[in-house]
Write a protein that binds this ligand. Sequence first.
Ligand SMILES: Nc1ncnc2c1ncn2[C@@H]1O[C@H](COP(=O)(O)OP(=O)(O)O)[C@@H](O)[C@H]1O
Ligand SMILES: [Mg+2]
Length: 441
Amino acid sequence: MVPPYLEGEVAEVLPSGNYNIETTVVKLKTEKGLEELKLYQHWPVRNPRPIKHRKTIFRPLITGQRVIDMFFPLAKGGTVAIPGGFGTGKTMTQHQLAKWSDADIIVYIGCGERGNEMTEVLEDFPKLIDPKTNMPLMNRTILIANTSNMPVAAREASIYTGITLAEYFRDMGYHVAIMADSTSRWAEALREISGRLEEMPAEEGYPAYLPSRLAEFYERAGYVENMNGTEGSVTVIGAVSPAGGDFSEPVTQNTKRFVSAFLSLDKKLAYSRHYPAINWLSSYSGYINLLKDWYEENVSPEIWDLRGRMLKLLYEESKLLEIVKLVGEDVLPDDQRLILETSKIIRIAFLQQNAYHAEDTFVPLEKQYKMLKTIEIFYESSFKAVKVGVPISHLINKDIFESLYKMKYNVPNDNYQVLENLQDEIVEYYGKLHDKYASEK
Ligand SMILES: Nc1ncnc2c1ncn2[C@@H]1O[C@H](COP(=O)(O)OP(=O)(O)O)[C@@H](O)[C@H]1O
Ligand SMILES: [Mg+2]
C-alpha cells in the first residue's frame, strides 16, 4: 500500500477493520518527515507506475475458451488484440474473458460502445460465481464506463485510468487482466480532438502520434517483479472495431505491431453462427514457445504436439476445400475425405463453443485436452481403417459421430469418464473394421 518512491519506518498503523478511503491508516516516518498513508494513491495516469524489472512470460492466462487455450494461448503479462467487424463477437469474447479467465482482478473498460453492454455486465456478474474463490465475480471486477453517449474527450481518460488501476493492483502482487472495448473508439476520439486542435492529420485523418499512443498503452502490460518484491502481471486485451471489418485500416494495422496475440474475428464465421468466430487461419499467438513448458508440465507432455497435428489438419482442410470448390468432394481419395470429416469435427465439436450453455461456457484445460485427444484417436484409428480399404461411407458411424459432436454438452466439467469410454469405443469399432478388411485382403 506504500506508494512508489516512498520508504521509511511505520510509526503508527490502525488495527484491521473497516475504514473509508480518507482515513489515515498508516503513518510512515521518512527522511522528509511523517507521511500519512490512506487507502488510495495519487498517480498521473499517463505515466506507467514503476517496477523493479520485467520477467520473461511463462504462465498462460487460462480462459476456458477452447480455441484460445489450445490454439492461440494468451499469457499472463501479455498483449492481445481482438479485431472484428460489427457483430462478430468482440464484446462477447471480452465478456467471456472477464468472466472466466484466471486473473485475480479484472478491469473492464467500456470505451465508446453501447451503454447496455455495461448494464449487462452489471446485471450478469453479481450472479456468477468465481470458480477460484467461490465469491461473486463482481468482487474482482472493476468497470469503467465511458459509453458512446458520454463526452469524447473522456475516452482517453478511461483508457489511461483503466491501465493505471491495473498497475495499482499489480503492485500489490495480483495478476490483473484489462479489457478495453473498443480501442478504435479511443482512436476516433484522438482523431476528433486532434482535428479540433488543427494538428496535421496522418493516415485516414488519425494524428501522427496514433501509433505511439497505442504502443504506450500495450507496453504497460507485463509480468513483473514489483518494487515491493512481490510478483504481478498486467495482461492487456484490446478490442479493435475496424469499419466494415476491413483490417487494413490504421488502428488494426498499428495495433498488430504492438501485440503478441491476435484473435482475428471473422465475419463469415459469425454469419454461419460459428462462435467464437475466431479464424484459425489468420489468428496467432506469439506465446506458443514461451508457454510450451508450462502446458507440457501441467496438462500433458504431448499437448503441444497434439496441438500442432490438429492445426495441421485444419490447414490441410482449407487447401482441400479449395479443390472441392472447383471439382467436388467425390474426386478426393478417401484419406483426404477423412481429413475433411475430421476437420469438421474439430471445428464443430471443439472450436465452436457456446457462451450461453452452462457446461460449455467455460471448459477446464484437462477436458479441452481430452476432447482434442478423443478427436485425434478417431482420426488415427479411422485412418488405419482407410489404409486397408475401408470406404469412407463405412467410417461414418452415426452413434460415434453424434457422441463426438455432443461431447461438449455431455461430458461434465469435473468427470471425464464419458470421454474415456468414447475413446475406447472408437478404438474398438474402427479396430474391428480394420481387421475385417485387412483379413479380406
Ligand atoms: N461465444 C459465443 N457464443 C454464443 N453466441 C455468441 C458468441 N460470440 C458472439 N455471439 C453472438 O454474436 C452476437 C454479437 O456479438 P458482439 O460481441 O455483441 O459483437 P461485437 O461486439 O463484435 O459487435 C452476440 O449477441 C451473440 O448472439
Ligand atoms: Mg461490441
